[in-house]
Design a protein around this ligand. Structure first.
Ligand code: SF4
Length: 318
């Protein structure tokens, strides 16, 4: 087949390196939408009557998630969508890092008439991420605290809205990297949590988990959507960066390596679901926490933050 033209005869705008198939704009957008729908069906992600909270950061993945889910909800008629954007409170020169993304999230959710809420760490956890970082609550990266708070924040909003599912925009590259990182760490427990084995969590669905980052970027570009491009000032995950590089290199020699990793996880999860893990309840908030601890991570960070802030204030008043 001529790579310059789509099967329909139109001029091609995208070449799928794995299959060697070229797509015109219309066929490409259709192909991605159908791939997301196929993923949703394959994993039984959606049932009629579902109330789904979309986690919309304002980056390309979440913008495409809203577009695809918005289109699907219009077709199905019998699912209800909500959206939330989490404002971490990350200070950058000239303001708040998330402001631009909140605007993009507003535009796309309005297009599909999806109710959209913005919630900040300050409202929920008593301080912004920058304040937590400055208080030196956690010795590791800011992302560790941020990730813990984001998961809790989204869960709280889902509970408040009565959502029975949470949809995130994780793409195939993110998923494959996370799986490989967990394998390299030997972290089976994290794989269990990743897949929401406990019934106490609101189930998470990832309709884009079989769509590559390159495909998502192209989809957003062809649709003319604006999304946040600037990287978060705290973003630096040395291990993920290495794993990303390794996967990129290996994928030039082994076709379909990203899908192979996702298939590996699916098979593992099917096996592991037989062996349920019993989680503890946090003694402060009652939410599920690791079998090894009595306090959940968000409460642990909040307590530490409050202690440090009180210490600073008591020293100031001396
Ligand atoms: Fe949070 Fe890290 Fe993402 Fe920044 S890069 S928004 S700190 S998780």
């Amino acid at each position: 087949m001529d790579r310059l033209f789509c099967e329909c005869g139109e001029k091609a705008v995208y070449l799928d390196n794995n299959s060697g198939i070229s797509y015109c704009k219309k066929c490409f957008l259709n192909y991605i939408y159908k791939k997301a729908v196929k993923t949703i069906k394959h994993y039984n992600m959606i049932e009629i009557g579902d109330k789904i909270l979309l986690a919309v950061s304002g980056g390309k993945d979440s913008i495409v998630l809203v577009d695809i889910m918005g289109k699907l909800a219009k077709k199905l008629q019998k699912i209800k969508l909500f959206a939330v954007t989490i404002d971490e409170g990350i200070e950058i020169e000239g303001g708040n890092y998330r402001n631009e993304a909140i605007e993009y999230a507003r535009v796309i959710t309005q297009k599909y008439s999806i109710p959209h809420k913005v919630v900040s760490y300050r409202e929920l956890f008593g301080g912004s991420l920058t304040e937590y970082v400055k208080a030196n609550v956690y010795k590791g990266s800011a992302c560790s605290v941020c990730g813990v708070f984001r998961r809790r924040a989204i869960n709280l909003i889902a509970e408040e809205l009565g959502a029975n599912k949470i949809a995130t925009g994780h793409n195939k590259d993110d998923e494959a990297q996370t799986i490989l990182m967990n394998v390299l760490r030997g972290d089976l427990e994290r794989i269990l949590r990743l897949n929401n084995i406990s019934e106490e969590f609101i189930p998470r669905i990832k309709p884009l988990r079989r769509i590559s980052e390159r495909e998502i970027a192209m989809y957003a570009y062809l649709k003319g959507y604006k999304f946040q491009i600037n990287e978060c000032p705290y973003s630096h995950d040395a291990i993920r960066d290495k794993v990303r590089d390794v996967l990129e290199q290996v994928s030039t020699q082994i076709n379909g390596v990203y899908d192979a990793l996702l298939n590996f996880q699916d098979k593992l999860v099917n096996y592991i679901t037989i062996h349920q893990v019993t989680l503890n309840k946090c003694i402060y908030c009652g939410k599920p926490t690791s079998p090894k601890s009595k306090i959940c991570k968000p409460c642990e960070y909040k307590l530490e933050f409050t202690k440090k802030i009180n210490y600073i204030h008591s020293n100031e008043s001396l």
